[in-house]
Design a binder for this molecule. Structure first.
Ligand code: AMP
Length: 361
């Protein structure tokens, strides 16, 4: 079992600016007092009692910590330390200061497939390592692919947020209730036993978006998106894929496969000719093809807008909750501090929607 230190984190680390917000707390920059080294601190609010709706279950944090402890790879965010107080658990992790990969790419004027593949290859190397340890991430999406720094022309990719990750135990079945509709695999929606192949579906979606600026299964509503995923409703329309190589489409087609067993693994992907070309012609085709930058920029701007909108509406929901519930002064304070104790519409609707889908079909 993971060991959490009981010392006060502030005795050892100076707490700095907020870097981002997750489901149950904030991520802040922290500076180690002894060495001056900079890290990130993930501050997670812990549920006080069985009846409380605020915060995360301790067991879930333990799971995330155990997963991170098992993973030491250059393309995966490293865990350094864990502290626990009465209401909070603090994960001290590697500071990843380059922002999201998609934001970095959206700043560019153009990008060839060869250049895009350099980033994809790094994600795949991280995923391949993770899967070799029998761990699935289950929430791979652009928000969870960051860059160590954005000052170099070829920055290092880091996969973050292992809050939904799962370590498979031989002989045990695992089904998941969560995910983000655009990126989740059909077997998640159908509540079937899962494997690491679910991450490979998400890799297919991420690659599709990266090349075209289109989200393959996106509908007007989450229900429609999930229906599109289950129905495998997607295409490579000429308008958005005119600059895309046939090899890239083949790569995506071998990931967006309904049968988990038929889907490429991360290892297969790293050997696919689009990622690892064997001939000069294949190299030339990748160099001649490029990502649809105009549409990608549009997709990314919309994605960022949606993220801010979700954050604002989550805050509004909290305020309404506060008005409805006659909470004690202490609980009110707790709610204000815990800005992301929200019913997260981005990552947790699958189970609810699945119920709605099955009752309406
Ligand atoms: P998470 O709860 O892990 O999804 O993190 C919430 C947000 O905090 C992310 O979307 C990032 O913007 C930021 N973040 C998470 N981990 C780090 C890190 N190690 N370094 C810098 N920022 C981070």
């Amino acid at each position: 079992m993971a060991v959490f230190k009981l010392e006060n984190v502030e005795d050892l680390y100076e707490i700095g600016e907020v870097l981002g917000s997750g489901h149950f707390g904030q991520v802040r920059e922290v500076r180690e007092r002894a060495s001056g080294a900079r890290w990130a601190g993930k501050f997670l609010k812990i549920r006080r009692g069985a009846g409380s709706r605020l915060g995360m279950e301790r067991k879930s944090v333990e799971r995330e910590v155990e997963v991170l402890q098992a993973l030491q790879h250059y393309n995966i965010m490293a865990l350094r330390d864990v502290f626990e107080s009465r209401a909070e658990i603090v994960l001290i992790v590697e500071l990843i200061s380059g922002g999201e990969l998609f934001d970095f790419i959206a700043e560019k004027e153009s990008l060839t497939e060869t250049e895009a593949i350099e980033f994809l290859k790094q994600i795949l190397q991280g995923v391949s390592y993770m899967h070799s340890k029998h761990i699935g991430h289950f929430d791979l999406k652009p928000e969870n692919v960051m860059l160590l720094s954005n000052t170099l022309p070829n920055p290092d990719v880091k996969i973050i947020d292992f809050g939904m990750a799962h370590r498979f135990i031989q002989g045990e079945e695992y089904r998941s209730m969560g995910g983000t509709p655009q990126y989740i695999a059909p077997e998640v929606i159908n509540y079937e036993p899962l494997g690491t192949a679910a991450d490979m579906w998400s890799m297919g979606v991420i690659t599709y978006i990266l090349l075209s600026g289109l989200s393959p299964f996106q509908g007007y509503t989450d229900e429609e998106t999930l229906r599109n995923v289950v129905g495998m409703v997607y295409e490579f329309d000429d308008q958005h894929f005119s600059q895309t190589s046939a090899m890239a489409k083949d790569f995506i087609q071998k990931l967006l496969v309904k049968d988990q067993k038929e889907r490429m693994t991360a290892e297969d992907c790293l050997l696919h000719p689009w990622i690892k070309p064997l001939t000069r012609t294949q190299i030339a085709k990748r160099n001649r093809s490029s990502i649809n930058m105009k549409n990608f920029k549009k997709f990314n701007a919309k994605r960022k807008w949606k993220m801010s909108y979700n954050m604002v509406s989550a805050c509004n929901r909290l305020c309404r909750l506060q008005l409805h519930c006659k909470t004690s002064a202490l609980q009110e304070q707790e709610m204000r501090q815990c800005e992301s104790d929200q019913e997260d519409t981005e990552t947790k609707p699958a189970s609810l929607l699945r119920r709605r889908l099955s009752s309406s079909s």
